[in-house]
Ligand binder design. Structure first.
Ligand SMILES: O=P(O)(O)OC[C@H]1O[C@@H](O)[C@H](O)[C@@H](O)[C@@H]1O
Length: 319
């Protein structure tokens, strides 16, 4: 079932049918929330199409969001899942991306809500089988600082909530008559209980660029643990569907699989960097967050005129 909404309004359950996911808008139309009949929720700020909350059926938050994050459109959100496009970091020497701000402009423009779709498995009719997908769009004509990147493009970002996972998927289409190069990344801030008890599996043997050690190239040996500022661009050895898992105190709260995204950035600012970010609060919040960022950032993706690139992440939680 697909419902389209040109103008944000409340889209709710249909009387007489089995309970359906609900989709509601905040009074100021700044954000949209979807809830499954079983209680899981996801909340997306239209500014940046930033996922700012994802809760399981018990109401436990899965994403870290800074208490000082700006949610008023004045700067990219510190936390949740900001979207990085068309450049990861900055690229001062790149022919067409050199003027772009850090991490591009997808995360600091207001996106349009395109509509919701709901689906249920073939077994059907059980609340547990339901999922809801929310689609958002951003095109070059709607980008406020479009002169920084001289190409016509269209982005469709889909956020799909299931009982046990969240999938975010980005389709980039080149609407220009010339090719362009871009990078894509989903800057996911996962919430953890205690970063000192966390290890990341699935990266053993992967090569990585260590951004806190002069961008040197290294090879991962064993699991990743976080004991200081960490900023690494990994290229996992297995395919994108090979999971990267966060293990904490013997449990596996998150398993991340990727589709067509060949890199995984692992980031934690630790003490000094956290101190230096005005929108990072509380200052010891670095203990409760871990960025696992699937992306296509190790190289530029070249899109010929009319071509499209699609990449996705799925984060699975136990339930
Ligand atoms: O402060 P920003 O622009 O949100 O970036 C946060 C971090 O994002 C990570 O993806 C980068 O690898 C880091 O280098 C960067 O510091």
């Amino acid at each position: 079932m697909v419902e389209r909404a040109n103008k944000p309004s409340a889209l709710s359950a249909t009387p007489g049918l089995a309970p359906q996911p609900t989709v509601t808008f905040s009074d100021d139309n700044s954000r949209v929330t979807a809830e499954l009949p079983t209680g899981e929720t996801v909340e997306i700020l239209l500014y940046g199409a930033t996922v700012i909350s994802w809760k399981d059926s018990r109401g436990d938050e899965k994403l870290w969001l800074s208490e000082a994050a700006k949610l008023d459109g004045s700067k990219p959100v510190r936390g949740g899942i900001p979207l990085v496009f068309p450049v990861f970091g900055t690229a001062p020497n790149h022919a067409s991306a050199s003027k772009l701000p850090q991490h591009g402009f997808a995360r600091n423009n207001r996106w349009e809500f395109l509509g919701k779709s709901t689906s249920e498995s073939a077994a059907g009719k059980q609340a547990a089988d339901l999922s809801v997908k929310l689609d958002f769009g951003l095109s070059s004509s709607a980008v406020s600082n479009s002169d920084l990147w001289p190409f016509k493009f269209n982005l469709i970002y889909s956020v799909t909530l299931n009982r046990e996972n969240l999938t975010t998927s980005l389709v980039v289409t080149n609407d220009d008559d010339k090719p362009f190069e871009c990078q894509v990344l989903m800057h996911t801030y996962l919430r953890v209980k205690d970063i000192t008890q966390v290890k990341i599996t699935g990266l053993d043997g992967a090569s990585y660029t260590d951004k806190v050690d002069g961008a040197s190239t290294k090879s991962q040996s064993g699991d990743v643990t976080i004991t200081g500022e960490t900023d690494r661009v990994y290229t996992p050895k297995g395919g994108p569907s090979d999971p990267v898992s966060v293990v904490e105190s013997g449990k596996t709260p998150y398993t991340v699989t990727r589709d067509n995204l060949s890199n995984v950035v692992v980031w934690n600012p630790w003490t000094e960097k956290a101190e230096g970010m005005a929108d990072f609060a509380p200052k010891d919040g670095y203990k409760n967050m871990l960025c696992i960022e699937p992306g296509a950032v190790g190289a530029w993706q070249t899109l010929e005129a009319g071509d499209a690139f699609e990449g996705a992440q799925t984060i699975t939680i136990p339930y």
